[in-house]
Design a binder for this molecule. Structure first.
Ligand code: GBH
Length: 454
């Protein structure tokens, strides 16, 4: 292990959340339903029928939650804006729809915490889904209307904007695999959705620039590096297909202005002509942004499998430790990924906008001893630091997540927070990882030894 464990002086330490996962207050102040309200209330979609109706009740507890952020010492807080609070129904705009965020921004400002806002983190207004959601091109204009209102009302207070969180999840996982809202299994609609997400991103970057605002704007991708199970040409090709599916489908258009051609042919053989790209779209998508955000959790390890219809791959398990999500802990993939991004795609600043681990936390005598999470964080931060020490342009790190929260299809059964939430009382209990992260931030450096094991 290298001797120097510190981070650059201007490194941005942060933590992240998302509106539907923490806010609750699902019917308050005129908020309309989102696709996640509908989905979570459809039997069998979310574990135990959990919903975001109350979640962490952050909508009412934001003041004390910001105090916890201040105690933690983060410089920046990443949160998302709930679209159905502003556009609750077709043709309806609420002029006070951003009031909650204005109150939140006031608290952040008071504590010297810089806000970073995600415009879309999956809570699409249900009325837009009723018109075809992300697979209908009309969504791009709806999105831009929302983005413009956000820029105009909050733009002077928010220096960092993320157009989309994980368009892979919002399209392929949501319209293709069906695990997330709206829960469809239609690959053609899924790939059309991906295109409209990317297009709305590019158009939003242009819009942001045209308003002359002073901050930075980028996108957050969830990237899952694909490793080949062997050196056989079949497995290597399988890993390349998996990589197109997980990563290149979004990276190539954003940075090269094109979809991976061979893979696109494969997709269209499978689900028919996508008929989605129009003149000018690819240029718009590739509009230069200010930074790239990446969410990193795990890698995939794949082998060739001719029986798998879309990708022709099968996923393999290893003996490496896994988190409570069952995701393999493989920090080297973060290091490899950062280098690849810089080599093959961009010299833009990169932010890790999410990284963290689920753990089966329990409260013992008022404490939560989450040594496994601490080890996970330590190993990933070490990979990040190594990249920086080699000249890598990594500007910041947002831990997922500040609070335990509604983990989508898993409801409240998976805990990612460094603050424990008791969902009966809404009591917050900072876990051992909170104190560990507080010390890392205060020292701007990692401790010498990794505590515990993952
Ligand atoms: C993020 O999604 C979300 O932005 C956030 O809202 C969420 O709470 C958080 O992460 C935790 O899930 O099945 O082994 O191939 C991350 C979603 C995680 C999807 C990794 C792809 C691949 C794992 N991604 N996953 S595997």
């Amino acid at each position: 292990m290298s001797q120097n464990r510190s981070f650059p002086d201007d490194f941005i330490w942060g933590a992240a959340t998302a509106s539907y996962q923490i806010e609750g207050a699902a019917a308050e102040d005129g908020r309309g339903p989102s696709i996640w309200d509908t989905f979570s209330k459809t039997p069998g979609k979310v574990l135990h029928g959990h919903t975001g109706d109350i979640a962490c009740d952050h909508y009412h507890r934001y003041e004390s939650d910001v105090k916890l952020m201040a105690e933690l010492g983060i410089r920046s807080y990443r949160f998302s804006l709930a679209w159905p609070r502003v556009f609750p129904a077709k043709g309806k705009v609420l002029d006070n729809g951003f009031d909650f965020y204005k109150r939140l921004l006031e608290q952040l400002h008071k504590h010297g915490i810089t806000p970073a806002a995600t415009i879309y983190h999956w809570d699409l207004p249900q009325w837009i889904e009723d018109e075809g959601g992300w697979s209908n091109r009309a969504v791009v204009d709806y999105y831009l209307e929302f983005a413009e209102k956000a820029f105009r009302e909050l733009g002077d207070q928010i220096p960092m904007w993320i157009t989309h969180n994980e368009p892979w999840c919002a399209s392929l996982l949501s319209y293709g695999i069906g695990e997330h809202a709206p829960g469809l299994r239609d690959w053609r609609r899924a790939y059309r959705a991906a295109h409209h997400l990317l297009l709305s991103h590019g158009e939003a970057v242009k819009l942001y620039r045209s308003l002359g605002l002073k901050g930075e704007i980028g996108i957050t991708l969830n990237l899952t590096p694909a490793y080949s199970a062997s050196d056989s040409p079949q497995d290597v090709a399988a890993a390349a297909r998996q990589d197109c599916f997980s990563n290149r489908w979004f990276l190539d258009p954003l940075f090269k202005g094109e979809y991976p051609a061979e893979f696109m042919e494969r997709v269209e053989r499978f689900c028919g002509d996508l008929d989605v790209v129009r003149a000018g779209d690819m240029e718009a998508i590739a509009t230069k942004m200010d930074f790239l955000g990446i969410n990193f959790y795990t890698r995939s390890l794949v082998a060739d499998d001719p029986n798998d219809p879309l990708l022709g791959v099968k996923h393999l398990k290893t003996d490496n430790p896994v988190t409570d999500m069952g995701w393999e802990v493989y920090p080297d993939a973060l290091y490899d990924l950062l280098h690849r991004l810089q080599k093959d795609y961009t010299d833009l600043p990169i932010y890790i906008t999410e990284n963290g681990a689920a753990s089966a936390d329990v409260v013992e005598d008022g404490n939560v001893h989450d040594a496994d999470r601490i080890a996970y964080l330590h190993q990933h931060l070490e990979a990040a630091r190594k990249f920086i020490s080699e000249g890598g342009n990594l500007k910041g790190y947002y831990l997922w997540s500040l609070l335990d929260n509604f983990e989508w299809a898993f409801g409240y059964t998976k805990r990612f927070g460094i603050i424990y939430v008791d969902y009966d009382t809404q009591e917050r209990i900072p876990k051992d990882s909170f104190e560990w992260y507080r010390q890392v931030i205060a020292a701007n450096s990692l401790p010498e030894t990794v505590q515990g094991t993952v």
